[in-house]
Ligand binder design. Structure first.
Ligand code: GDG
Length: 723
């Protein structure tokens, strides 16, 4: 059975000390439940912080061995590490910034250093645990550097990363002084999951703007490998909440004594956190009571606030603000037997929580920013009678799924007031219809579904990688090739130009060969055993201008033109009657699409879009391709989709034809072809099994070997030129 290694800040167990004894309490949080469901198909271990500062080595050993039996691996952090890494960088820098609270964000080099070193500590604890074939799943904002740290030590393992909080827009993320390292840290993963499409979109934009990484339908193209980014909205343990609450629990008695007949109970449940919008919610509730006094005495807000992060200053200030606001409203409006707000500043045992969800006519969930918000889903799941109204902030990830709720802008007090009024007056049938639809979704997309989908995608990627990844041309493989090269008496080297000998530039005319590549080519041309051919899609004038002074052969325009023994000649008799019509169509597209242009060659027309706006061009390419395919149907023409270029040409023109031309000229005992583009696939296909066909980059290819980028190509050619 394959194994999954979970890495998260906290383990799903907490350690307490009672009368000197260590006591373990398993926590039944959503994540633990979701991951537990994977046990049917996978073995699993979980690595994370033990949650208590334990310095005594003997005690640490005891915990380690106790946990080992439960497939848990504890990491021990000192009090200082917790203060700087967890309460510090995680909760004073990343948490506020990623929730758009720039004013609460602390930028401190020492906190960052601690974050980095504790992330390394996590990675160092994970690495020795990993076995062949394991999949690793790292969680959340406390561990964003871990994927890259693991990648360095475990280049071939499959690593997933899930962010539970929002990923902010580029304009916010760029504020971080350590933004590049954090981005690269996350990109160490093969699969990165977010709760919503917006977070995914922001991440792709950040990868592009900061890292320069292009992406295509969520696949980020890096030189060494692809990273998949996708949306996996986290669900809840539906059955746990869709169950009758045990009768006669404390909260029921406590609340019921405040409620009269036909009384509306509104609930809100959060950790004490400035992202949750608690003060704005209290103010809006106060405003509602003032504007609609008929509801005074007939509606109560039961507000559960769970103490949290008490060591961070902002949280202490928030606590004071909440106390003050509750006191003010209760002080101003309470009557004998009625308080507008029942305020519980403590965690509730689960039965009480469930009871509260089930008693509530309205759930008021108004975070200013929230990655997902599970409370909203739990309220929906708990409504066994399929009634009740959910008021939900549009800033919570959950608003993307719970669309039948009353969706409000938490900064707009009037919006909340009106939603409360609508909720109080909503007919039963309407409540049923909404609740039924939401319940269906929450039930289907539960936490098990979430975990299974993420792991399934990671597994698929692992299998894909195995299919594509075998033949890296390095180490012993490279040495053996260099040896064959040295022993050969007739060698043919077919080299693509753009993306192979030279990197891409925005302006294709500026890809002028540099000194380094010209002297490399010169060196390769020296031995009389060598025939060196640059085999490109470019026009022959340009190639001649750039490389004409070198003693090499060339093929231009995908095999239309040949340069042999210093002379250019073209292939005769190729039809070009189709060109005017296609050119006219392309010109029209160029007029409507800024940043694109046409390149006209003797027997082909190419539409380049590498300078165009990336977001805008996506839709345009689709439109362009559809019209083009329709226009050239039944003609002997071929469309080539290259790197940021679409080219139309005769079917008989291809790099494969060109490759064959040279191949048949002599009896070569060493053939090498290197290329990065789809058009180079024709070259690879035309060559015999014994040839060294080398793909640059990670796209699918029929080539036998693979190297990562232009630098590696140059390194390879240098190695050969020295033999
Ligand atoms: C982060 C992201 C994302 C709350 N009070 C009590 C109690 N709870 C439980 C709730 C719920 C959980 O805590 C809170 O989850 P949220 O999703 O609302 O918020 P965060 O803790 O901030 O979680 C968030 C989540 O990760 C998952 O990815 O949704 O956006 O910020 O399950 O039921 N449970 C008990 N007593 C309480 O008083 N027993």
């Amino acid at each position: 059975m394959s194994r999954i290694v979970i890495v998260s800040n906290r383990l799903p167990i907490s350690i307490n000390r009672e009368e000197g004894e260590l006591i373990y309490h398993p926590s039944a949080g959503g994540l633990a439940t979701g991951l537990h469901s994977l046990d049917k198909n996978f073995d699993k271990i979980w690595i994370g912080w033990a949650g208590q500062p334990i310095d005594d080595a003997a005690e640490q050993d005891k915990i380690r061995s106790d946990f080992r039996n439960r497939d848990l691996v504890p990491i021990f952090l000192s009090q200082e590490e917790v203060a700087l890494y967890y309460e510090g960088f995680s909760n004073k820098t990343v948490w506020p910034l990623f929730h758009y609270f720039t004013q609460n964000t602390t930028y401190s080099e020492s906190l960052w250093e601690a974050y980095r070193s504790v992330n390394q500590k996590f990675a160092d604890a994970v690495i020795p645990e990993i076995q062949e074939g394991d999949m690793i799943w790292v969680h959340d904002y406390q561990l964003m550097l871990v994927p890259q740290m693991l990648r360095q030590a475990l280049p071939n393992h499959h690593i997933g990363f899930f962010l539970h909080i929002p990923f902010p827009s580029y304009e916010i993320f760029r504020l971080l002084p350590w933004r590049d390292t954090i981005l690269e840290g996350m990109l160490g993963a093969d699969l990165i999951g977010f709760h919503t499409f917006d977070y995914m979109r922001h991440f792709l934009s950040v990868s592009y703007r900061l890292g320069g990484y292009e992406s295509d339908f969520g696949n980020i193209q890096r030189p060494d490998r692809n990273v998949k980014v996708d949306v996996y909205p986290m669900g809840i343990d539906y059955e746990k909440f869709n169950a009758p609450a045990p009768p006669d629990n404390d909260i029921q008695h406590e609340i019921k004594k405040h409620l009269s007949k036909d009384h509306k109970l509104v609930i809100s449940i959060d950790r004490l956190d400035y992202t949750k919008g608690i003060p704005d919610r209290i103010r809006a509730f106060g405003e509602f009571l003032e504007r609609y006094p008929a509801y005074q005495g007939k509606i109560t807000l039961a507000m559960v606030v769970v103490p949290s992060r008490g060591n961070v200053d902002e949280y202490q200030a928030l606590k004071e603000e909440v106390d003050l606001l509750v006191g003010r409203i209760n002080g101003a409006m309470s009557t004998f037997g009625w308080s507008p707000i029942l305020y519980f500043y403590r965690p509730l045992p689960f039965p009480d929580l469930l009871q509260l969800y089930q008693m509530a006519d309205i759930a008021l969930v108004t975070p200013l920013r929230d990655g997902m918000n599970l409370v909203a889903k739990e309220y929906v799941a708990s409504r066994q009678e399929q009634d009740g109204v959910l008021i939900l902030s549009e800033m919570a990830g959950a608003a993307n799924e719970l669309v039948e709720g009353l969706i409000i802008n938490p900064h707009d007090q009037e919006d909340i007031v009106q939603a409360l009024l609508r909720a109080c007056t909503m007919p039963q049938e309407e409540q049923h219809a909404h609740m039924k639809a939401m319940q269906k979704r929450v039930k289907l997309h539960n936490v098990e579904y979430w975990a299974a989908h993420f792991i399934e995608a990671l597994k698929d990627m692992a299998e894909e990688k195995q299919l594509k990844g075998a033949q890296q041309l390095k180490g012993p493989a490279l040495e053996s090739m260099a040896l064959k090269y040295a022993q050969a008496s007739k060698r043919l080297l077919l080299l693509d130009y753009d993306g192979t000998l030279m990197g891409f530039r925005k302006n294709p005319d500026s890809v002028i060969p540099d000194e380094n590549i010209t002297s490399l080519l010169q060196a390769l041309c020296q031995p009389e055993e060598n025939t060196v051919v640059v085999i490109s899609g470019r026009g022959h004038h340009k190639l001649d201008k750039w490389l004409g002074h070198l003693p090499l052969d060339m093929s231009a325009e995908h095999g239309v033109w040949y340069k042999e023994d210093g002379e250019w000649r073209d292939t005769k008799g190729i039809d070009r009657a189709w060109k005017p019509k296609v050119r006219e169509f392309m010109e029209e597209v160029v007029r409507r699409t800024p940043g694109t242009f046409i390149e006209e060659k003797e027997y082909s027309l190419a539409w380049h879009y590498r300078k165009a706006d990336k977001e805008f061009i996506r839709g345009r390419i689709r439109e362009f391709m559809d019209s083009l395919l329709y226009m050239i149907a039944n003609q002997d023409l071929h469309i080539l989709e290259g790197n940021k270029v679409v080219e139309v040409k005769n079917t008989e023109v291809s790099k494969g034809t060109a490759a064959k031309h040279w191949l048949h000229k002599d009896n070569y005992d060493f053939v090498l072809a290197i290329g990065d583009d789809v058009t180079d696939e024709d070259t690879f296909k035309a060559l015999p099994e014994s040839a060294y066909t080398v793909k640059v980059g990670k796209d699918p290819s029929v080539a036998r070997w693979r190297i990562p980028d232009v630098d590696a190509v140059r390194e390879l050619l240098k190695t050969l030129s020295q033999h």
